[in-house]
Design a protein around this ligand. Structure first.
Ligand code: SPQ
Length: 423
């Protein structure tokens, strides 16, 4: 498809779609709790709908009343053996977190996803779950889906994480809630903490001391009302577009600003962006963001900040192509095992449009500023690469065509309509 163009900046205001990570978890916690959970502002995008379908297949009543999603939870004990293989679609979050739930169930199950998800590594989750007593096997004994799970009883463990991953941590936490005794997780770097926060929100107990998390098994959780804030990972595309385009004046309403997710705000501030927080909603960890055009300079990004902005690195790389000087991104090897290899895809596609990006083993070196020109680019079936390329297309007067744009429906089905309303 031909991508949207603009002659000026982004102006007006927008409420970005609901947070994907929190939407997934609201269904999962609703399902394992007792009583009704009502989810306000659920993200009705393909990934989160995969989570809904998985829990329906496990016998949970989930319905959409047109405004809210209602989950009728009956606790871990009432999940039922699925009749068929569970389908996580394109969603790594669904597959990995559900493995933590399935590992402690008395029944056998099997789960897989689409071609992209079936190439993503699962040993990182299966390893710790096996240590807890889980019985999980990947395809032909390897680490890729379909994953077969035999019903097992779990025991608490102490686990020191070897990668910074909220999905691995969350899978262990779901297993820990069903295990005998205490489980302690020591994180490598602090990653998004929505699972920990929701254990508390649903009435459970969890102790978090810096990177050490302790939870006991056998807790009874109770259904809640959840309000999902806007997704900072979706807001990221507008933060960068409004910063780079001339004469922008944009307001993004009720964006989630949980500090484990706001690495992009820190990096853009360091690069010289003009982004203000107003109307803070402490209860839902959200704020309105006001963005004006600004000139950027290159920066260095690595270490503990990486998990706080991992999904935003492709759009940050685009920002760096327009910044004065060199930007170095390191410690981001995890980008290679997302929906596609996001290091290679970002460098390859942006270089087609005139950028100067070197892909490295754990990140990128971006030389800026480079004017961009037209061309034909590809999403590689990855929603975040597709949206980043649309923002790149706004930076040139020439035509940019995007192959495989439908990938964007994974997290943001209204992306093009929303963007059109601001240009
Ligand atoms: O669900 P999926 O496909 O893994 O989604 C992605 C994304 O870009 O939307 C990654 F591809 O986000 C992950 C994120 O990278 C969502 C997530 C979560 O909700 O717990 C955690 C991160 O993954 P990880 O592997 O670092 O734990």
């Amino acid at each position: 498809m031909k991508l949207l163009k603009t002659k000026a900046g982004l102006t007006g205001e927008l409420t970005v779609p609901a947070d994907k990570s929190i939407s997934h978890r609201s269904i999962m916690f609703g399902a394992i709790s007792h009583g009704k959970t009502t989810v306000h502002n659920f993200l009705r995008a393909e990934d989160c709908l995969s989570t809904v379908a998985v829990f329906k297949a496990l016998g949970v009543t989930v319905h959409d009343d047109g405004t809210d999603i209602i989950v009728e939870g009956k606790g871990f004990d009432q999940l039922q053996a699925p009749n068929n293989m569970l389908d996580a679609g394109n969603s790594g979050t669904t597959l990995r977190l559900v493995l933590g739930i399935l590992a402690g169930q008395p029944f056998n199950s099997k789960i897989a996803g689409d071609a992209s998800l079936n190439r993503r590594p699962m040993e990182r989750v299966m390893g710790p779950l096996r240590k807890m007593g889980g019985n999980l096997q990947g395809k032909t004994g390897g680490e890729f889906p379909p994953i077969e799970v035999q019903g097992s009883e779990l025991s608490g463990i102490t686990y020191e994480m070897t990668i910074a991953s909220a999905q691995v941590k969350s899978a262990i936490l779901f297993a820990a809630l069903q295990a005998d005794g205490l489980t302690t997780i020591i994180e490598k770097e602090k990653s998004r903490n929505h699972t920990e926060e929701m254990i508390k929100q649903f009435g459970g107990e969890i102790l978090v001391e810096d990177k050490t998390i302790t939870v006991s098994g056998g807790q009874k959780l109770t259904g809640q009302e959840v309000t999902v804030p806007g997704d900072i990972s979706s807001a990221a595309f507008y933060l960068v577009a409004a910063t780079l385009l001339p004469e922008s004046d944009l307001r993004l309403n009720h964006v989630g600003v949980n500090p484990t997710r706001t690495g992009i705000l820190d990096v853009l501030a360091e690069m010289g962006a003009d982004i203000q927080h107003v109307a803070l909603d402490k209860k839902n960890q959200a704020a309105d963001l006001l963005i004006k055009t600004a000139a950027l300079k290159g920066t260095e990004i690595g270490g503990e900040i990486i998990p706080r902005l991992i999904d935003e690195l492709p759009i940050i790389a685009l920002a760096a192509t327009q910044a004065e000087g060199t930007t170095v991104i390191r410690d981001a090897q995890e980008l290679k095992v997302k929906e596609t290899n996001r290091i290679d895809a970002t460098a390859l596609e942006l270089n087609k449009l005139g950028a100067n990006i070197e892909a490295t083993d754990d990140g990128m070196i971006i030389h800026g500023p480079t004017p961009l020109h037209g061309g034909v680019v590809d999403s590689h079936g990855d929603h975040r690469i597709g949206m980043m390329l649309q923002i790149a297309a706004l930076l040139t007067d020439e035509t940019v065509e995007l192959n495989n744009p439908e990938a964007i429906n994974i997290s943001y089905p209204d992306f093009f309509t929303d963007l059109s309303s601001l240009i």
